[in-house]
Write a protein that binds this ligand. Structure first.
Ligand code: KIV
Ligand code: ZN
Length: 388
């Protein structure tokens, strides 16, 4: 492996996540979220883009005062004024990181920057050097890396490293790449940078094709040792790689990846729910790990299997991500075993014939409503001649 084995989690919920339409946060809200991210155990927390707003500068100052363990990063364009503003914002941070970015793809060079390859290289050298004059921890991101000519991307990475960058991020800015492609890109760029074992290579994948987590995982296979992600996967357009998903893939499949993060996984659900409340954006019920259905079972076959051995239909324990327990949802697809188990939990112990009768009533109720609650079962038992 070209880099050290642990996977660093760079959380950008407060920067790229906040750029999600409708997800902006006040400095106070960012502080609350930063405390939760600290407890969650992220290695790096990107708090904002100080040159872009007074609110981000205030948030950074409040976070830097309180949150002392993780590295605190802020974003800057390759502009001296941005970098100076960021350096000022980082002054009180215990572990500051200046994150500088510039687009490298032909499309961005021509239409967004109107810069030649040479001008891009010059700007990278100049601004990474400037950032290094303020702090020892500098990350350079080659925006739109996955649509950049590979020979040029390697040149950019070399220049950034020579100018003092300690982390090189190769973002899939528009969520265009595939796992095979990004794995190869990381392998070749890392091989093309001298002394690459001194540098942390980082993946930053967007989810436009729903591949952000798969692509981040492939980048790790290619040598990335930092993953940039957000809680609930919030972020520009379809969002970023979801923190909870990548952390749990690495944990659940550790026999395969042999890499883990320092994420305190039982804090995941609470952190996700906090963010949902703060930005007013609930996750869908079937969202992996943190959706309400992630550990819920309704079909009779699955419930029966779960009652015998949870491993039949669950690949991780709900407690390991912060849910209290799995949920047996009673509805049209449920079987007798699950209904009987729920009734027992409510204090009703029925003989075979009684259970048969109550189960028929339960099925009739399911024709009228999607889910049968504990209260429904109690009402059903009150009206039943079999109540004990
Ligand atoms: O998606 C992207 O390229 C970014 C960079 C600024 C890191 O967010
Ligand atoms: Zn991004």
């Amino acid at each position: 492996m070209p880099n050290s084995p642990r996977i660093r989690i760079f959380d950008t919920t407060l920067r790229d996540g906040e750029q999600s339409p409708g997800c902006s946060m006040s400095p106070q809200q960012k502080l609350v979220m930063a405390r939760a991210l600290d407890e969650l155990g992220v290695d790096v927390m990107e708090t904002g883009f100080p040159a872009s707003s007074q609110s981000d500068r205030e948030a950074m100052a409040m976070i830097a005062r309180e949150v002392r363990r993780p590295t605190l990063a802020v974003l800057s364009r390759c502009l001296a004024a941005d970098i100076e503003t960021s350096a000022k914002a980082l002054e009180t941070a215990a572990n500051p990181r200046l994150h500088v970015f510039l687009s490298t793809s032909p499309l961005h060079r021509e239409h967004k920057l109107r810069m030649t390859r040479e001008q891009v290289l010059e700007s990278v050298h100049k601004h990474v050097s400037l950032a290094r004059s303020y702090v020892g921890d500098v990350e350079f991101s080659a925006e739109d890396a996955t649509r950049t000519e590979e020979d040029f991307l390697i040149e950019v990475a070399r220049v950034a490293v020579a100018a003092g960058a300690t982390t090189i991020n190769l973002p899939d800015t528009v969520g265009f790449t595939t796992p095979e492609e990004i794995r190869g890109m990381f392998q070749r760029v890392i091989a093309g940078v001298p002394d690459s074992d001194r540098i942390i290579f980082s993946a930053h994948c967007h989810n436009d094709l729903g591949l952000a987590v798969a692509n981040s995982l492939a980048a790790i296979e290619g040598g990335a040792r930092q993953v940039e992600c957000t809680v609930n996967g919030i972020g520009e357009r379809a969002g970023n790689c979801s923190l909870e998903e990548i952390a749990m893939v690495l944990k659940v499949r550790n026999a395969f990846y042999d890499e883990d993060t320092r994420i305190n996984t039982p804090r995941i659900v609470a952190t996700s729910q906090l963010l949902q409340r703060l930005v007013g954006m609930p996750v869908q019920r079937n969202k992996a790990i943190v959706g309400a259905n992630a550990f819920a079972h309704e079909s009779g076959i699955h419930q029966h299997g779960m009652l015998r051995h949870r491993g039949t239909y669950e690949i991780m324990r709900p407690e390991d991500v912060g849910w209290e327990s799995s949920q047996m949802v009673l509805g049209r697809h449920s079987g007798r075993a699950a209904v009987e188990q729920r009734l027992r939990a409510l204090g009703f112990f029925l003989y075979e014939e009684e259970l048969k009768h109550v189960f028929e009533q339960f099925k009739a109720l399911c024709e009228q409503q999607r889910v049968v609650t504990d209260a429904d079962l109690q009402t059903l038992m009150q009206g039943s001649a079999t109540q004990n």
